[in-house]
Ligand binder design. Structure first.
Ligand SMILES: Cc1cc2nc3c(=O)[nH]c(=O)nc-3n(C[C@H](O)[C@H](O)[C@H](O)COP(=O)(O)OP(=O)(O)OC[C@H]3O[C@@H](n4cnc5c(N)ncnc54)[C@H](O)[C@@H]3O)c2cc1C
Length: 452
């Protein structure tokens, strides 16, 4: 870890105009801000919480899903730099990471890049004229404020800025507008990893066998989705919600701690504040139900609830109309695009909006990688806006694959770089020279599967 510099934000007080404003300091947003600032744009990053990382930290969501193929590492660039820095402070084990160290390293990278950071600040509205965003309104302890920039990046996950600027969108899946199930993540301490591992070795029919299963003894990472019998019994006795399919947990780098990705709520809209509140209430109840069931399971006898996520995890919400809509078919066909700005090989992964439909995971052969085209970051109708993270233009199935964190981070790097180039070249995102963007990304470490 480099020496941390003194913090002095006084000079920023009262300033309202920047080259680039990034809304949302989550997985895609903080990377977008770093990329923009490193490419010489005066960049402001606003975030509603008091820390960075979004779903990765506030949501307690990890590990990183696939970012390599048998031939090469697909996601490199700022993601890889971050991964190595996190490693140096003991923040990763395999593909799992420590949530607090994530916050620390992301914050240092943002500050080192020269990004102006405004925390505890919520985007609420914007004013557009002739298809151009003229200013945005944010609310924070200082009240309601207006901020301006040349280019805006929406990395809010739900696409709050793009929606308010008038970019056309749909919500959820095409046939009925329902979104993927939501999950409140939580960490549990006091877990006896050896005992849990021994139980599953003795009961191989009590968990799901995935292609990418890792052996705990070899990797030190404990990951299982199962305890089917215990879950069914608890449901019969009325001790567990019907919506919980099985118990799914993975260890974090700290010994004896696992994170659970197992609560589930269906048919609620994450964009409706009342339904989001209902989701929080019902999922927080599920957490305590699960804790009661856990006490009786091998390896969890001495376990305790360590922390629930700051907010429920939202897998899907708005799908915007962009210059290109990335689709499930692009994933299955491992489609390549001339305007590639990120790559992935994670398959379609849908936690169905309907309880009866379960979870649908289509294993994508690891050697079949697809491209994310730059056009999916460029919304129609609004000229000075870029999309980053899960809110790029994608359909229900396409988003279910590209939403994973490594891809969102690569998209963030591309959006931030594109925004800075637009400022420098005095052009709009839809008119950018894609070859220049790709050359810059490659020079700055991105793997686009080609030289330029
Ligand atoms: C339950 C769950 C499990 C998952 N499991 C995995 C996994 O195991 N591995 C994996 O790689 N991926 C996983 N994912 C997917 C992945 O974590 C997300 O898709 C990804 O983090 C999305 O990144 P993002 O930058 O678009 O959004 P986020 O990371 O959510 O960032 C959005 C940011 O914007 C801020 N924000 C939102 N609205 C506003 C506003 N109006 N004003 C100011 N700030 C705002 C938020 O606070 C947040 O910091 C999972 C997702 C969920 C929900």
């Amino acid at each position: 870890m480099r020496k941390e510099e003194a913090v002095n934000l006084t000079g920023e007080k009262g300033r309202t105009r920047f080259d680039v404003i990034v809304v949302g300091g989550g997985v895609g947003g903080w990377v977008a801000a770093v990329a923009s600032a490193r490419n010489q744009a005066e960049t402001l990053l606003i975030e509603r919480y008091g820390f960075l990382g979004g779903t990765a930290t506030a949501g307690l969501v990890g590990p990183w899903m696939r970012f390599t193929s048998p031939q090469e590492q697909l996601t490199t660039g700022i993601f890889e730099e971050f991964r190595q820095r996190l490693d140096r402070v003991g923040g990763i084990k395999g593909t799992t990471f420590d949530f607090e160290k994530y916050k620390r390293v992301a914050l240092e990278m943002v500050l080192e890049s020269g990004v102006k950071l405004l925390l505890h600040t919520y985007f609420v509205d914007c004013r557009t004229e002739d298809n151009v965003i003229r200013e945005i309104s944010v609310v924070n302890k200082g009240g309601l404020q207006r901020l301006q920039s040349e280019i805006y990046i929406d990395a809010s996950g739900d696409g709050d800025l793009a929606a308010s600027a008038g970019v056309p969108f749909t919500v959820g899946r095409e046939k009925d507008g329902l979104t993927q199930a939501m999950t409140l993540m939580f960490t549990v301490g006091g877990v006896d990893f050896d005992r849990v591992d021994a139980y599953f070795k003795d009961n191989p029919d009590d968990y799901i066998h995935w292609e990418e299963d890792v052996d705990y003894k070899e990797s030190g990472v404990l990951c299982r989705a199962g305890f089917f019998k215990a879950v069914e019994e608890a449901k019969k006795k009325g001790k567990l919600d019907q919506e919980i399919p099985y118990l799914f947990f993975i260890s974090v780098p700290t010994d004896r701690i696992v994170v659970f990705n197992t609560t589930h709520i269906h048919r609620l809209n994450p964009l409706d504040p009342w339904e989001l509140t209902e989701a929080e209430i019902r999922l927080r109840r599920q957490v305590w139900q699960i804790m009661d069931v856990l006490k009786e399971l091998p390896g969890f006898e001495g376990s305790y609830l360590l922390q629930t996520a700051t907010q429920v995890g939202v897998r899907e919400s708005r799908h915007f109309c962009g210059e290109y809509v990335f689709t499930g078919d692009d994933v299955r066909q491992a489609r390549r695009f001339d305007d590639v700005i990120a790559r992935g090989n994670y398959g379609i992964d849908i936690h169905s909006p309907e309880l009866s439909e379960g979870t649908r995971v289509e294993e994508q052969p690891a050697e079949m990688s697809y491209d994310i085209p730059y056009r999916s970051l460029v919304p129609v109708k609004v000229d000075n806006l870029l999309l980053a993270g899960r809110c790029i233009s994608a359909d229900h199935q396409g988003e279910s694959a590209m939403r994973i964190q490594p891809i969102c981070m690569a998209i963030g790097q591309a959006a931030g770089t594109a925004a800075a180039l637009c400022v420098r070249e005095k052009c709009l995102p839809r008119h950018i020279q894609v070859a220049l963007l790709q050359k810059t990304l490659i020079e700055q470490g991105a793997n686009l599967g080609k030289q330029t």
